[in-house]
Ligand binder design. Structure first.
Ligand SMILES: Cc1cc2nc3c(=O)[nH]c(=O)nc-3n(C[C@H](O)[C@H](O)[C@H](O)COP(=O)(O)O)c2cc1C
Length: 331
């Protein structure tokens, strides 16, 4: 089995894959590459960089995803990311939201391969870590696969070696970002053609991968598989997907132990002023599919919103799990 640093990845997801979520996912899946939420380069350069760049070393391997289309700004933002210890800088060319489009970044950049190539070249000149691109197979009425091929050609010429392809088009007019993750059909065949046409590129398949079978099927021809929503809604399922990707299971663990580790983490964050609810909200999927999950989640949500809430509520939630709340299977 060829080892690729991108063999299994969790996708960048705004509002979801913040540092707390990533720390949690890392406990479950030690070999999976993690991505931040998208950070606009402008926000990073004009705001307080620490706000966007803080992470726990345990989260590595970790990529920072940037949004932007100004080569000079992106280069400066990439340099900050590298200095902060990120293992990769990824450029978002797949997000379809109006706000992002107004800023001339995200998926609309699929129509501007030359500009993206300039951005990649500028970022690469500023850092030694890999500069990667996450894109769609095309936008609107762009021809498939020609538009993707032209895009890949341009970024490869600029030195990009690793591309993550969300295997559906983005329709920029008329669909919301959420619809743009479900309505345009998944077309794995197009990504596969791209891998055949650009064998020297590391191509990571993204979109609709939800179980070990799908991971195995992707890795039969792609270099990596990137999991988005499934990793958030049912994070425990990442463990079976890691086993499928790497051939061996991750070290044994049970859910109560994960919660105890998160309670310890929450104690450290509490000293920095982070409320426990900012961490607990990412943990609700941990009991996905278990009998009794709803009631357990309800109790946790109520507890973290109580006036006296603190990291101890996670210890209590762990104890409830260990005592046979939702049936927590050991792995
Ligand atoms: C809540 C949410 C936020 C997202 N934010 C980003 C983002 O910041 N950058 C990005 O490239 N993609 C973003 N995406 C898209 C995912 O990275 C991924 O491409 C998409 O969900 C398809 O993969 P999946 O079918 O495995 O979920 C987001 C998706 C969701 C559900």
């Amino acid at each position: 089995m060829t080892e690729c640093a991108h063999r299994l990845c969790v996708a960048p997801m705004m509002d979801w894959t913040d540092r707390h979520c990533r720390f949690f996912l890392r406990l479950l899946a030690p070999r999976t590459r993690l991505y931040t939420e998208m950070v606009p380069a402008t926000a990073l350069l004009r705001g307080d960089p620490r706000r966007f760049l803080a992470f726990d070393p345990a989260e590595r391997p970790l990529a920072l995803q940037l949004g932007g289309s100004d080569p000079e700004e992106l280069a400066r933002a990439a340099a900050l990311a590298e200095a902060a210890g990120f293992d990769e800088v990824d450029l978002n060319c797949g997000c379809p939201s109006d706000r992002v489009r107004r800023g001339r970044f995200g998926a609309c950049l699929m129509a501007e391969p030359a500009l993206v190539a300039e951005c990649v070249a500028a970022m690469r000149a500023a850092v030694r870590v890999p500069v990667t691109v996450k894109c769609r197979i095309g936008i609107d009425d762009q021809p498939v696969p020609e538009a993707l091929f032209a895009f890949l050609e341009a970024i490869r010429a600029a030195g990009c070696r690793i591309v993550i392809v969300h295997a559906r088009k983005a329709w920029l007019a008329g669909l919301s970002p959420a619809e743009n993750r479900t309505v345009p059909p998944l077309e794995y065949g197009v990504v596969r053609m791209a891998k055949e046409a650009f064998p020297d590129l590391t191509i990571v398949l993204n979109g609709g991968i939800r179980d070990p079978e799908a991971v195995r099927a992707a890795l039969a021809w792609a270099d990596g598989a990137m999991i988005g929503r499934q990793a958030y809604t049912d994070p425990w399922s990442l463990r079976a997907m890691e086993e499928a990707a790497f051939g061996t299971p991750p070290p044994p663990l049970d859910r109560a132990r994960v919660l105890e580790a998160m309670a310890e983490y929450a104690e450290a964050r509490a000293r920095e002023g982070v409320p426990v609810r900012a961490i607990a909200r990412h943990l609700l999927g941990l009991v996905h599919g278990l009998p009794g999950a709803r009631a357990w989640r309800g109790r946790l949500v109520a507890a973290v919103h109580a006036p006296d809430a603190g990291p101890w509520v996670l210890r209590a939630a762990a104890a409830a799990l260990a005592e046979g709340g939702p049936r927590a299977a050991a792995a």
